[in-house]
Write a protein of this length. Structure first.
Lengths: 166, 102
């Protein structure tokens, strides 16, 4: 059952990621990215990360993608024009990509022997309770720093999107 | 067949990261390039959570949560920059935005 779920959602994620790269229209890419994020949320759930799965759906699938779709619609972004790709990208792009995946796969299989097998439900560590405990004790300083980062990002977005600037 | 090796998750993460990098280099629309960056961040999040399962510790989830927060902040600022670029230049093609090129 775990294997079937993993294969189904991993396939969905990879197909959607391919679609993101290959589609010419930004809105198609955005919808494929939502598919990737949804299937990754299921994979997080299978890895026992309940809180991260919910945060993935709410923050990524909700907030960030709504922002993306909103900007695409607002700018009326159409199909991108094909442009002259460099000869290096045309010749070496795909082989380099495959080489990267092969090297990473080899490093994972050979360099990390004896990894656990994932069984759904055998370890549910990432509940909101435990994340919250750790976040407000051991990781309190990064948490506060990141709240300041968010504040600065809001100010930056407001300043940048103002009409007067040109 | 009830067990999935953890390495499958890590390889899936590598594949998604490679696809994100390919989109980042290959695509010519600013918004799609930005979405490819989000895809790469998601791939790294998956390997954080997978290693967290391996260690049976929650720390990886917290790093992953921080990555998510930073990505949300980055999306807000980046899309505001894209809006400004479009207002000033009327294009989203990355080739045509080259005023900082020597």
């Amino acid at each position: 059952m775990d294997t079937i779920l993993f294969i189904v959602f991993a396939t969905v994620a990879v197909v959607c990621a391919f679609n993101l790269v290959l589609q010419k229209h930004p809105i198609s890419s955005a919808l494929s990215l939502i598919g990737v994020m949804g299937s990754l949320a299921v994979l997080y759930l299978m890895l026992g990360a309940e809180f991260i799965a919910m945060a993935q759906m709410i923050v990524y699938g909700g907030a960030v993608m709504v922002l993306f779709v909103f900007v695409i619609m607002l700018l009326n972004a159409g199909t991108e024009k094909p442009s002259g790709k460099s000869w290096f990208a045309q010749i070496a792009g795909l082989p380099l990509l495959l080489a990267f995946v092969a090297v990473m796969g080899f490093a994972i299989r050979a360099g990390l022997p004896g990894l656990r097998n994932v069984e759904f439900g055998s370890w549910i560590g990432g509940t909101a309770e435990r994340i919250g405990q750790l976040l407000f004790t051991h990781y309190l300083l990064p948490f506060e720093v990141i709240s300041i980062l968010i504040l600065i990002a809001i100010l930056g977005a407001v300043v940048l999107a103002r009409r007067e600037i040109d | 067949m009830a067990h999935v090796p953890l390495s499958w998750y890590l390889i899936l993460s590598a594949v998604l990261f490679a696809l994100g990098a390919a989109g980042f280099i290959y695509r010519k629309s600013v918004i799609t390039v930005f979405m490819s960056i989000e895809l790469m961040l998601n791939a790294v999040n998956l390997s954080f959570v997978a290693f967290s399962y391996e260690m049976h510790r929650v720390d990886g989830h917290i790093y992953s949560f921080f990555v998510m927060v930073v990505a949300a902040a980055e999306a807000a600022v980046g899309l505001a920059i894209i809006l400004t670029i479009f207002k000033n230049r009327g294009t989203l093609q990355i080739d045509e935005i080259d005023s900082m090129k020597l």
